[in-house]
Design a protein around this ligand. Sequence first.
Ligand SMILES: Nc1ncnc2c1ncn2[C@@H]1O[C@H](COP(=O)(O)OP(=O)(O)OP(=O)(O)O)[C@@H](O)[C@H]1O
Length: 235
Amino acid sequence: MPLSGTSTPVPPSSAPALQADALCVFRGDRLVLDGVSLTLAAGGALLLTGPNGAGKSTLLRVLAGLRRADSGAVLWQGAPALADPAAHAARVAYLGHQDALKPGLSVRENLALFVSAGRGGDRARPEGDSLEAALTAMDLLPLADLPARLLSAGQKRRTALARVLLAQASLWLLDEPSLGLDSAAIALLGTALAQHRAQGGLVVATTHVPLPLPDTTTLRLPGAADTPLEDTPWA
Ligand SMILES: Nc1ncnc2c1ncn2[C@@H]1O[C@H](COP(=O)(O)OP(=O)(O)OP(=O)(O)O)[C@@H](O)[C@H]1O
């Protein structure tokens, strides 16, 4: 059954910043996404929920341009988003399940490598100050000179989130961003999300737990065996 999630209404004259129309994706012989549509205006946030295997990460990767849909379209400001893959990559900051850090490089070196590789960025290029600001925003200054291989899971996640801040991209696509974070780090994530949205940035995030993200729309993907929480034997 086709699904759709729509953020706060936008004036009819202006196209939503991000739009997906009737996306269908097969994985193997299973139709994982069956006509999924969504719209998101500047400053908006969309939560993708649903059971394991429902297709949340798949949808996020399609929106990021990392995976092709079998049918349907992704639009940015009303135009096909993936017609120019480099332009789309520049407007996207993607956080996957893997934190993808170089284990032998320090936290600061990992972030500096990301900046020097020119990753992301449809906004002003980050300067050295931005790197320190990203470290501060994720409370990483005390860890900045530690090799990434020595970080805990939550510390690695905070480093990956600092990289999202550094990308200076309009569209944040976050796969379970709070995974492994303690309550203090979740509060930092909430602040970063709010600042991004206040500047007109967009957020699409998958999650199994509540996130510090007010005024969101939720799109629940049903998956193969969708059991409402209240119907489970332990609820
Ligand atoms: N490489 C692959 N080949 C075939 N099927 C795959 C592949 N990777 C994932 N899938 C299937 O695609 C479906 C959707 O996976 P996806 O990772 O998008 O789900 P999800 O909603 O993000 O799950 P979770 O909540 O566990 O993170 C699952 O049924 C999964 O088994």
